[in-house]
Design a protein around this ligand. Structure first.
Ligand SMILES: CCCCCCCCC/C=C/C(=O)SCCNC(=O)CCNC(=O)[C@H](O)C(C)(C)COP(=O)(O)OP(=O)(O)OC[C@H]1O[C@@H](n2cnc3c(N)ncnc32)[C@H](O)[C@@H]1OP(=O)(O)O
Length: 303
């Protein structure tokens, strides 16, 4: 049972040959600045930059979908493919996930993907969101989030799906699930991920209030594992990675699976129903109106 999801992912990977990526920017390989051998080559896609270090078995994966790394359908797809590629390459044991956009780790769902779109598009989008969560939450790799910017909603979920979180100490870099403030509801698997991280009572409060925690509070409530000065986020993430990689892979992977599988299985069992629920909810007139109003507020806030 413990290996079932791994087998499922492996089977899925076989069904997605890299040939599909020919003719796109995905899968492109280029030498890293100052790099030489294979271990220093970087690859990735338009929106995800991967800097692999074969010697250490660790890759740095950077989200680069400016201005705020909103999770567009393209970004979701490219993230899944990049992670899958690293998982299938036995050279790699760990990934540090970070942002290439200044001041923002990830702004969460790309609201333009669910505002004024038809139900078929919303369904496709939501399935991609589910896929990214399943992929990160159950990854056999060690995932460390180096959170170098604001981290609301869907951004927070990506960070919580990692094994460990390091947050830059900047009061503007708040983290949490603020869905209720947009008039929407976190689906059960986001709630489960929150509860698994900070416990039931803290989640109950934070979810209802849509709390976004500044660094010191995020550390106190257990949303992140370390808060460090901004220029030390990367080095601290690497030290954390070394700590996790000191454990034999098979023991750590099976333990991770034991801790997370039941939560992931809950979504796997009702994935279609969850998609239908999402689509019928976000396509309601009243929800569309409140999402539009929120987007408008974001746009006007500028300048
Ligand atoms: C029953 C089942 C139910 C199921 C119900 C579904 C539940 C789903 C769970 C997940 C939900 C989510 O993730 S919902 C998304 C929640 N996200 C948020 O609330 C974050 C909103 N954004 C921000 O707070 C800020 O942008 C922040 C990230 C801190 C960065 O601030 P900055 O000052 O640096 O940048 P801004 O000037 O605000 O933004 C720059 C531009 O990016 C745009 N922008 C910002 N965030 C955006 C976003 N999420 N999607 C699209 N566009 C966005 C702005 O409009 C600007 O556009 P221009 O003016 O055109 O340049």
């Amino acid at each position: 049972m413990a290996l079932a999801s791994g087998v499922r992912f492996a089977a899925r990977a076989l069904l997605r040959p890299w040939a599909l990526l020919r003719g796109t920017t995905l899968g492109r390989t280029e030498p890293a600045a100052g790099g030489g051998g294979d271990g220093a080559r970087r690859f990735g896609s338009q929106r995800v930059l991967v800097e692999p270090d074969a010697a250490s078995g660790v890759a740095v994966m950077k989200l680069r979908n400016p201005p705020v790394n909103a999770l567009s359908l393209e970004l979701l797809t490219e993230l899944v493919i990049s992670l899958e590629k690293l998982e299938n390459d036995k050279t790699f044991r760990g990934v540090i996930l970070t942002s290439d956009c200044p001041r923002v780790f990830c702004a969460g769902l790309d609201l333009t993907e669910i505002c004024g779109r038809n139900p078929a598009h919303c369904a496709e989008y939501w399935k991609a969101m589910q896929e990214l969560w399943l992929r990160t939450y159950l990854s056999s790799l060690v995932l460390v989030a180096a959170i170098n910017g604001a981290c609301p909603a869907g951004g927070c979920i990506i960070a919580l799906s990692c094994d460990c979180r390091v947050l830059a100490d900047n009061p503007k870099y708040r983290i949490g699930l603020n869905e209720t403030l947009l008039g929407i509801i976190a689906p059960f698997w986001l709630k489960d991920t929150y509860v698994n991280t900070i416990g039931h009572r803290a989640s109950e409060q934070a979810l209802q209030l849509g709390s976004l925690f500044p660094p010191a509070e995020a550390l106190q409530v257990g949303l992140v594992d370390q808060v460090v000065p901004e220029d030390q986020v990367q080095s601290t993430a690497l030290s954390e990675m070394a700590r996790w990689l000191a454990v034999p892979d098979h023991a750590r992977q099976l333990t991770k699976n034991m801790m997370r599988k039941a939560t992931a299985d809950r979504l796997l069992r009702q994935r279609d129903a969850d998609t239908q629920n999402f689509v019928s909810f976000v396509c309601r007139d009243s929800i569309q109106k409140s999402l539009q109003a929120y987007l408008e507020k974001l746009r006007q806030r500028k300048g």
